[in-house]
Design a protein around this ligand. Structure first.
Ligand code: PEP
Ligand code: CO
Length: 457
């Protein structure tokens, strides 16, 4: 059945399938086309994972962030795995994001919008299509939604059934997160619920504990004063995001909804386009431009000011605040050179965007032992530099995007707890990019909170 074509503010008509006429980078090739057709038909019938109501609420919050009245905290794994869809891994991620948001609220003196990089982060871009090990060449692992990491032909062959497993795992994760965040787990009267086992051993524990105590005291003070518990404070909003990489999967969950205009990608609240798939004439930009969701795009050192202005024009044709987030990831060594001309170009055209710093992806390096890692000093360096550059250029840092985990892994080096290169072998669990561990993530949040507090106004 042909897809309904709708008018678009750029004047170029759009439909949920119009991306299929453009070059689509990073898509798997499925040998079993009949199984693919059947999986996509099921996905298109299954209920959505999120609703347009939630998406519209998020868009309003993001509009606040664009105007400097709210701060976006986005974080989670580089890539989720099906095996990690279990209660501990999910609660740990939620806990670390809640703790970080508490610290950031204290520093920024404004509400923090929490967006998980989870409940759907199952597809990964790769730099090559194949991998060769001792004479055999197999397709690359592309995330649990597409194939399996094991090194056999069977495991590496893209399998359409995994699309359904990914949808189900996303639903299970979301269900648990919604119950936790609506059921009192996120109540700031009881931040002890968010404590992760090893927090008391951390050198940062004292500062965090002091902060939590003072929040508890303030809450009790206001409640005593007014004689009433503060309504709604025991619930927090939590939104989901993932890289909208696998376009057939995203398309199957993209729908028109009653009484609203446009098409919503209902697999997540806030999809983003990756650095490798942001080509102006490419399929991802074509698909994203027609979505009603707020969207983000990752930008790295190769983007030029003209390209960025064109990209922002296509992705945010009505120039709405909150519609478009630019997640910049240049690396500590390049941010000073790359960021200012881009900010200047966007400001010159008066384009509405949120500047959101991802200080992880531009700082990836390989150790002498061949292990992929990131140095805490570089991560913090890029974050601080971005904050100052944006201020100097008349813009502001609207948010941050981190790869992190609530577990005590050793994947990034440095930080107050002193993870060294020798420690990397001890507890390195990521299949793909190295993540900040709990203490490193908290330390980064504390630094950022101090930075924002020193520069209020
Ligand atoms: C990622 O976010 O895991 C990723 C691949 O990032 P980027 O698109 O910025 O390289
Ligand atoms: Co990554």
């Amino acid at each position: 059945m042909p897809h309904k074509t709708v008018a678009h503010s750029t004047g170029q008509p759009w439909s949920v399938g119009s991306w299929q006429g453009r070059p689509a980078a990073q898509q798997p090739t499925y040998p079993d086309t009949e199984a693919l057709r059947s999986a996509l038909a099921q996905l298109a019938r299954l209920p959505p994972l999120v609703t347009s109501w939630e998406i519209e609420t998020l868009k309003q919050h993001l509009a606040d962030a664009a105007l400097g009245r709210r701060f976006l905290l986005q974080g989670g794994d580089c890539s989720e795995s099906f095996a990690d869809c279990e209660s501990n891994a999910i609660t740990s991620k939620l806990k670390i994001l809640l703790q970080m948001s508490l610290v950031l609220v204290q520093g920024a003196k404004k509400p923090v919008l929490r967006v998980g990089r989870f409940a759907g982060q199952y597809a990964k871009p790769r730099s090559t299509d194949t991998e060769t090990r001792v004479g055999t060449t197999l397709p690359c692992y592309r995330g649990d939604m597409i194939n399996c990491p094991g090194y056999t032909l069977e495991e590496r062959t893209p399998n359409p059934h995994l699309l359904l497993r990914a949808y189900e795992r996303s639903a299970l994760t979301l269900n648990f997160i919604r119950s936790l965040t609506h059921g009192g787990f996120a109540d700031p009267h009881h931040p002890e619920c968010w404590e992760l086992g090893f927090v008391s051993k951390s050198p940062l524990a004292a500062e965090y504990t002091r902060m939590v105590q003072s929040i508890g005291e303030s809450l009790r003070f206001v409640e005593t004063l007014t004689g009433n518990p503060i309504p709604e404070i025991n619930r927090v909003e939590f939104f989901t995001s993932h890289e909208g990489l696998h376009l057939l999967y995203e398309q199957a969950q993209t729908r028109a909804v009653p009484r609203r205009e446009g098409y919503y990608d209902l697999s997540t609240h806030f999809p983003w386009i990756g650095e490798r798939t942001r080509a102006l004439g490419g399929a991802h930009v074509e698909f994203f431009r027609g979505l009603a969701n707020p969207v983000a795009v990752k930008i790295g050192p190769t983007i030029t000011p003209d390209e960025l202005v064109a990209l922002a024009g296509v992705l945010n044709p009505r120039n709405e605040p909150g519609r478009l987030t630019l997640i910049h990831r240049f690396g500590a060594a390049q941010v000073e050179q790359c960021l200012p001309p881009l900010v200047a170009a966007i400001r010159r055209k008066q384009q509405q965007v949120i500047w959101c710093c991802d200080p992880l992806h531009g700082n990836t390096e390989t150790t002498r032992d061949g292990i992929k890692t990131r140095r805490f000093a570089n991560i913090l360096g890029e974050l601080e530099a971005s904050f100052h550059i944006l201020r100097k250029c008349g813009a502001h840092l609207g948010g941050v995007h981190f790869e992190l985990t609530g577990e005590n892994v050793t994947e990034c080096v440095g930080g107050a707890s002193g993870v060294t290169e020798a420690d990397l072998a001890r507890d390195y669990r990521s299949q793909l990019d190295p993540r900040l561990n709990y203490e490193q993530a908290m330390e980064l949040a504390l630094h950022l909170a101090h930075l924002m507090a020193r520069n209020l106004g």
